[in-house]
Design a protein around this ligand. Structure first.
Ligand code: 5RP
Length: 215
């Protein structure tokens, strides 16, 4: 599968233009994108990173990382996903970086999502839905998730996000209304962000293959 990830990542370079500040996601597929971007580092104006992990990889290649507040609106964001439905709505957050990923996706004109074929599904929810929560609200949010969705929230033990928060992974969901579920969970006090990217889905999905499929 790593070969498929690499092919998707390299195809995403078609969307990088001279002088751009490029939003960069997190994960093993994005790692291939960062490696491909390294060859272009003198042609782009820099990057905005969604995690400490990606920042470290970008800097190891000598690629400049810029604060989003200084960068302003971005033309391009490239990131992976844990699941992708036919409407380009996503589950993300397997790498616990969902909040910063969502912020950068929102700030970007075009969101190019890079996946291997195993990530394509008809209905989201087979992959447990990550929810980032403020630590003191963990139990409250878990009870509300159960009440609102019927899914089983499981604390991702030992994981602290880059923002100092916790992750609940919600199992046993079949998400027929991703926009509604994203909205409802976002309103629970203590929820920082929900790993559903439905209100702001991807604009382009690249599925790794020979040749890659561009949706
Ligand atoms: C990180 C993410 C990743 O994009 C997602 O987990 C996919 O990762 P990978 O490319 O390693 O399969 O949302 O928070």
């Amino acid at each position: 599968m790593s070969d498929m990830k690499k092919r998707a990542a390299e195809k995403a370079m078609d969307y990088v233009e001279d002088g751009m500040i490029v939003g960069v996601g997190t994960g093993s597929t994005v790692a291939y994108f960062i490696d491909a971007l390294a060859a272009w580092k003198d042609r782009i104006a820099g990057t905005v990173s969604s995690s400490e992990q990606s920042t470290a990889r970008l800097r190891s290649h000598g690629i400049e990382v810029i604060d989003l507040n200084a960068a302003g609106p971005l033309s391009l964001y490239v990131d992976g996903a844990d699941e992708c439905d036919p409407h380009k709505r996503l589950i993300k957050g397997g790498g616990a970086a969902l909040t910063r990923e969502k912020i950068i996706a929102e700030a970007s004109e075009r969101f190019v999502c890079i996946v291997d074929p195993s990530k394509r599904v008809d209905v989201l929810g087979g992959f447990p839905l990550p929810v980032e929560v403020i630590p003191m609200a963990r139990s409250l949010v878990a009870r509300e998730i159960l009440r609102l969705t019927g899914g089983q929230p499981v604390w991702r033990d030992g994981v602290v996000t880059d923002n100092g928060n916790l992750i609940l992974d919600v199992h046993n969901l079949s998400i027929v209304d991703p926009v509604g579920m994203e909205r409802d969970l976002n309103q629970v006090p203590g929820v920082v962000s929900v790993g559903l990217f439905a209100r702001r889905p991807a604009d382009v999905v690249i599925v790794g293959g020979e040749p890659p499929l561009v949706l």
